[in-house]
Write a protein that binds this ligand. Structure first.
Ligand code: UDP
Ligand code: MG
Length: 320
């Protein structure tokens, strides 16, 4: 499909227990989208699509009501909580045949809707992917900023470089989404995968704002899991490091023995050596295990998400 002015834009917004903030988000996004439609930048067939990631609050009730009653709104419901990345992936995959471009963003207005016209403009200029890069993160707590800082640098050091400070606020063309659909990743780590697609891309910059309501859905445990997914899907370096550590320890222990032949080691040294070697072995097994778990999960062939309902996507206002 050729790029043209007045393309159909779908906003894809994963939501997990976001009832507190949805009202305000919908109001701001409605304004931003209506203004763009009024200015003739995008088609009136464009939509704001909320994806309910198996919320346990009133999220689905709210977004499905809007999808039935307001022409600009659509809703996708997942059967169970699939996680942010899967919910986002589900949204992109389900809308990709109905639009020329999709922009993914958070449900909490941390991603500034004022950027939307600029992102669309860069799309019309010939970019299939437009990243919204965080110039500052003043809206976020010290812990979040510090962990994000460490995360992006650690990934780069591990050879799994992903564009720095790009979250999941980005535009993708229909072609880019089609290309993404060909990747069989079991746990898609989108901000690492999308640069791999190799499409022409551009960046726009923004200041990340505080969450407008509700609480972050990323606990420390989620963040560690997320970082681990990114690392394991894009780098084999941890395995090489374990191998290097094993060889180093073997050589070092051998050399030490040569110099101490004939000496009786004390019990303490023996115990320390046993613990050190066991620790290294377990670490090695743990690292290998992380890769093996992903192979096992991949080969079970389980779907990444299951649809519960879809309303208003592609102009269809009936429930499936
Ligand atoms: N989210 C989701 N499923 C989850 C966790 C989060 O769909 O299991 C959504 C959430 O509703 C939000 C977005 O993903 O729209 C990003 O989450 P959040 O704002 O809590 O993360 P943060 O911005 O604090 O990193
Ligand atoms: Mg957020």
């Amino acid at each position: 499909m050729k790029k043209r002015e007045q393309g159909i834009l779908y906003l894809v917004i994963p939501c997990f227990n976001e009832e507190e903030v949805l009202e305000e988000t919908a109001r701001e996004l409605d304004q931003a989208m209506s203004a763009m439609i009024g200015d003739g930048i995008i088609s009136s067939e464009s939509r704001i699509v909320f994806v309910d990631d198996g919320s346990r609050d009133r999220t689905w009730e709210i977004i499905s009501r809007w999808a039935r009653s307001r022409p600009l709104f659509a809703a996708i419901g997942l059967q169970a909580n699939a996680g942010h990345q899967n919910a986002l992936y589900a949204g992109l995959m389900e809308v990709r045949t109905c639009c020329h471009m999709a922009i993914s963003m958070d449900a909490d207005l941390q991603d500034d809707p004022a950027l939307l016209p600029d992102m669309v403009k860069r799309f019309y200029e010939g970019n299939d992917i437009v990243y919204a890069v965080r110039r500052s993160r003043n809206g976020e707590g010290l812990f979040k900023r510090a962990s994000a800082f460490v995360f992006y640098r650690f990934m780069a050091a591990m050879g799994a470089g992903i564009p720095k400070d790009c979250g999941d606020f980005r535009l993708m063309s229909r072609q880019a989404m089609e290309a993404l659909s060909l990747f069989g990743e079991n746990r898609p780590f989108l901000r690492g995968l999308i640069p791999l697609l190799g499409f022409p891309s551009a960046q726009v910059f923004f200041d990340r704002r505080p969450r407008r309501g509700g609480k972050s859905k990323y606990s420390l445990k989620n963040m560690v899991g997320f970082a681990m997914d990114g690392l394991i899907s894009f780098s084999a370096k941890p395995v090489h490091m374990i191998l290097a550590a094993g060889i180093f320890l073997f050589l070092a222990a051998g050399t030490w023995l040569l110099f101490h032949i004939g000496n009786e080691p004390g019990t303490r040294e023996v115990i320390a050596a046993i613990w050190a070697a066991t620790g290294l072995l377990l670490t090695g097994m743990g690292v290998m295990g992380q890769y093996i778990v992903r192979i096992w999960q991949g080969q079970t062939g389980r779907p990444r998400y299951l649809l519960k309902d879809m309303i208003g996507v592609g102009g269809d206002k009936d429930s499936i």
